[in-house]
Every structure is written in C-alpha cells, then in structure tokens.
Design a protein around this ligand. Structure first.
Ligand code: HC0
Ligand code: SF4
Length: 562
C-alpha cells in the first residue's frame, strides 16, 4: 500500500503486484509481450522498461511498487530502447504479414505501428525452421516466435503439462516440444492455451474452414451444425462487441446464410449428459464404487488423466461429452432418412475449444465407419467463415435454433463456465428445485473464478461433497491429495482451461480474467432467462429418451477400443 509518482502524477497502489500494474492503473498502456498476470514473471521482453529519477532503467514487471518512488514511462532513453527491441525482434521475424493468421490482431504488428517503425535498421535474418502441423488442434511456426516464453509457462504453470520448452542457446534458441519432436508425439493435451497467450502467429489454430465450404458445396450432404454454449458469449468480440454479449440469434442466422441446413444447440445434448451423468453418479454413490466421479466432458482433461493418472481413468464418467452425444444422436436420427434420400449427414461442431477437434477424431467416437462429429471449427474459425462469406454481422437479423434439437434448459447452457456441470447435475438431483434467488445462494460456492472450489449439498438426506477445478496444474495437485487420502469428494468437475470453456483455446484473444468473468456472466444470464430450469424438464430431451434412445442408451456412453 502506498503512493507512487508516475510521470509526475501521484498514483495510489494497494496490492498491485508490480510497478507495471501501477503504471497501467495510471491509464498508461505500457507494452509487454511476456507479462500475463496469471503467469510467473519472466521479464525477458524488456518492453515495459521505465526510468527512475536517477536515470536508471529497469523492467517494470519485475519490480515491486514502493511508496514515494518516482518513475517515468516515456523518456527519450526508454522510447529508444523499446524501438530498438522491436526492430531486433522484427529483424528476426518472418514478415509475411499479409498471409499470417494473426494479421490485424498480432501484438508485434500492433506495436510496430504504435511506435512508428517504418524501416528496420538490422538485416533480416532468414529463418526456415520447419512448421509443425502434426497436431489436430494447433500449428506451430517457430519462424514467427519472439521467444517471450508465454506458451512454455502457460503449458507448465497452468496446465501442468510441460509439453513445450526452450531449446538450444544464443541466436539458435527456439521453443520446441521435448527432444525437438513433433508436438503430436509428446504429452500435449490439445488445450490451445499456448495459442491463446501467443502474441504473434507462432501458434495458431489448425483450421478446418475449407472443410465446411466443401460440405456445403456438395449437394449430396445434409449439413448440420451444433453450437457450444460458450461460443455465444464470445464471438461478438470479433465484431467489436463486449465480452459476454449474447449473439446466439446472429450466430444461427450467419450459419444459415453460409448455407448450413440445420442449426442446433450443443446445450440440448448437455441436458442429455446431465441426465445420464446424474444417473451414473447416483448408481456409484449407492454402490460406493469408483468415487469420486470425475466429469468427462472436457477432452483436454480426459487426455491429461490418461497420460498422468491411468489408474484413475475408471473414475471418469462413461458419458460421452455433449459434443459427442449430439453427434451420435443426430447420426442415428438421420440414418434411415439419409438412406431413403441418398444423402449423407455431415455434422459440424462450433466449439470454443481446440481439444474438441482431437476429441472428435478419437476412434471410439466412430461407429461402423460413421463418425459422431465430422468437422470441428472454433469460435475464431466461425468468425473467419462469416468474414469470408462477406456477411455483415452487425446487420444480421436474429434467428432461432431449429427443432427438435434446438431447445435447451438453463442448466445445459451453463456447462460452458467453470462450475456449470456441477450446478446442472446437483440441480437435477434436488427434489425441490430452487428458484433463481435460492440458486444464487445455493451455488455461490461453485461459481466464480477461483481455481479450486468446494461445496457440499444435501441430496436425499445424504451429504454429497463436490470439488470443481479448472487449470490442470491445480487438478493434478488435487488428484494427488485425493489419492493420498488427504481429501475426499464424491464428485469432481475438471475443466482444463482457466474459467472453463468460455476461455477455451479457440476463443477470441487476447483474454484476461475480467473478460472471462463477463463471458461467464453472459451464460448465467441465459440461465436466468431460460424457461426451462432443469435438464429433466426439457420436454424434447425426455421424449428423445422415450423414443430414439429407448433401446439405444449405449449411443451416449464411451466404449473404448482397446
Ligand atoms: Fe464446452 Fe461442452 S460446455 S465442453 O465447455 O460438457 O467446448 O461451451 O460444448 O461437449 O455443452 C466446449 C462449451 C461444450 C461439450 C457442452 C460440455
Ligand atoms: Fe501445452 Fe495445451 Fe499448448 Fe499442448 S495445446 S502445448 S498442452 S498449452
């Protein structure tokens, strides 16, 4: 706590972690490549340099604020220093900006414009390092890497995976997967968080836009899309709207305009998941078997568990994720009709998540040569499709989902935020359904952005203990404590990305905690205004269970091929 003098103005600080945050509080946007408030401080890019009254310069991200301290952010010395750094980075950087995925949203490009860099005094160092396209989710181009280390730190510190590290020394330094292998050959779980923090085009989403167009242009295909909960509170950011603004009506309209025949809601399938998973949970509770039950809807988490905790895999719910449940159901629904009409149903998922691409490709999600889900595009790719098609998003007239798979309860929609699955399952199990005010109170411990949340509920006179984690490093530590008998839970929800799907690796970037909160708020608003409060009150889901799924329950569960 204290007061600093920033460029001659007094600025109070209280709990700010470093001088950089105090400078930002003063309304000055000091540039950085390697500073993220959620990650450890690396201090490598030196762009946030400031000068003190004695002429000393230092990186403001790496120093604690001190009472009475005076710093200057725009002296000739630091201005020159920043320009120099930018020129050196640019000399080392592949400059095919027009063809780059990040053009217009690249932090390096933005700063080059901001600092008026027109000519670069250093010779361009030609690099032709191989581009790694091995992953189903991301593409790594080390020629565009500026060595800020953000991807290395997020993968290690937030996800506890450590798939990336610095390799070699001096001017040959690069970021690579262990032993310079392809990323698909190491323990990467496809979460895309490295892509979400990368300031340039060095890590991008593996795009499947062209497959969408191919499907639409083929007259024999019945092209169907499902839209995940979290997409509707983030896509708007690509079109100048605020995080959390709900754009589902426009999303449906855009997909229809592009040429997709039917557009449905993944939250419908989330209602199915709630019903199946609650049933499984009650069975396990009764038998006292395989507890805690871990959720299965996050494919990054499932892969992480398979890699790190193979002995806990039986604790993961056997329910397919909503994305896969939806695919299995829609393919079954159209099986006969497709035959009669000589058509093939193609299902496109629109997801906030890069790991959903890898999930859809898993062999257990293919039955008799028919995949549950054919193409997975992320929120970012949807924005691109809309732009490619020339659609003026702002002018779109809102449309509603198609029926019968377009109606979801509020419970299905909040799946997209951390704590949402738990809230939906517990709501399903409670005999007396709480109204919105009671729900806010009852579930206050499961909402919010803390990495680990705990709560207990009275279900039929039995106390049920739940934990919710997001960020796999925290999940890793929690599981170790559960295994050591230090903690006990009946139900554990795990989402790989901090904040849940709303902060998935396929969402618009950059994102910070405030944006995550706004996106989550958007989903809770949809829950509040939904006519159907609890998954089993969704009449269309229930009629599906009585009809198509009556003798076909296995469609909703994972059957591993070993
Ligand atoms: Fe999610 Fe999902 S909620 S994982 O976060 O469970 O991606 O939004 O679609 O499948 O519904 C992502 C989001 C989904 C699935 C749902 C779940
Ligand atoms: Fe690490 Fe996730 Fe990136 Fe893979 S996708 S390298 S697990 S951050």
């Amino acid at each position: 706590k204290g007061t600093m003098i920033i460029d001659g103005r007094k600025i109070d600080f209280d709990g700010e972690k470093n001088i950089l945050e105090v400078v930002r509080k003063a309304g000055i946007s000091l540039p950085t490549f390697c500073y993220h408030s959620e990650l450890s401080i690396y201090g490598a890019c030196r762009m946030c340099m400031v000068e003190d009254k004695w002429g000393n310069t230092f990186a403001s991200c790496s120093q604690l604020p001190k009472d009475g301290m005076e710093v200057f952010t725009n002296t000739p010395k630091v201005q020159k220093y920043r320009k120099n750094i930018l020129e050196m980075i640019l000399a080392n950087h592949d400059r095919d900006c027009t063809a780059c995925d990040r053009t217009g949203k690249c932090q390096l490009q933005e700063l080059a414009v901001r600092f008026g860099i027109k000519d670069i005094r250093f010779d361009e160092i030609e690099k032709s390092l191989p581009i790694d396209k091995s992953s189903l989710s991301i593409v790594r181009n080390p020629n565009k890497c500026i060595l800020c280390g953000d991807c290395v730190r997020v993968c290690e510190e937030v996800q506890g995976v450590g798939a990336l590290s610095f390799a070699h020394r001096g001017s040959s330094m690069t970021v690579s997967a262990a032993f310079d292998r392809d990323i698909a050959e190491v323990n990467c779980i496809n979460c895309g968080q490295c892509r979400a923090v990368c300031p340039t085009g060095a890590i991008i989403i593996k795009k499947e836009n062209h497959k969408v167009w191919e499907a639409i242009h083929n007259k024999r295909k019945r092209v169907i899309a499902q839209v995940a909960p979290a997409v509707r509170v983030a896509l708007g950011e690509e079109f100048g709207l605020e995080p959390g603004e709900i754009t589902i009506g426009k999303i449906v309209a855009a997909l229809k305009t592009i040429g997709i025949h039917e557009v449905y809601d993944t939250a419908f399938a989330a209602d199915m998941t709630v019903i199946e998973e609650s049933k499984e949970f009650v069975e396990r509770l009764t038998k006292g078997e395989n507890l805690p039950l871990f959720t299965s809807c996050c494919p990054g988490w499932v892969k992480f568990a398979e890699n790190k905790f193979p002995d806990m895999v039986d604790n993961i719910s056997t329910c397919k994720s909503p994305q896969q449940m939806f695919g299995a159901v829609i393919k079954e629904y159209y099986k006969k009709i497709d035959k009669e009409e000589d058509k093939e149903t193609i299902l496109i998922s629109v997801m906030p998540c890069t790991a959903k691409k890898a999930e859809a490709a898993r062999e257990e999600f293919e039955y008799n040569g028919v995949k549950d889900v054919d193409i997975v595009i992320t929120t970012q790719e949807l924005a691109l499709l809309i732009k490619e098609a020339g659609i003026i998003f702002e002018q779109l007239e809102e449309e509603s989902f198609d029926m019968p798979f377009g109606l979801a309860s509020g419970s299905g929609i909040i799946f997209g935020a951390t704590g949402g699955v738990t809230e939906a399952v517990v709501t399903r199990l409670l005999k007396d359904k709480p109204d919105h005010f009671a729900k806010d109170l009852l579930f206050s411990d499961v909402r919010g952005m803390e990495n680990l949340k705990e709560a207990s509920f009275d279900v039929d006179g039995k106390e049920v203990k739940v934990a919710i984690v997001h960020g796999l490093k925290v999940a890793n530590d929690l599981i170790n404590q559960i295994k050591a008998g230090e903690r006990y839970y009946d139900f554990v929800e795990v989402m790989a990305c901090p904040g849940g799907c709303i902060a998935g690796g396929g969402q618009p970037v950059p994102m910070d905690t405030a944006m995550r909160k706004e996106r989550a708020k958007g989903l809770y608003k949809l829950d509040r205004t939904s006519h159907i409060k609890s998954s089993e009150k969704n009449p269309l889901v229930m009629s599906l269970f009585e009809d198509l799924l009556k003798d076909n329950h296995e469609l909703l569960h994972v059957h591993k091929k070993s």
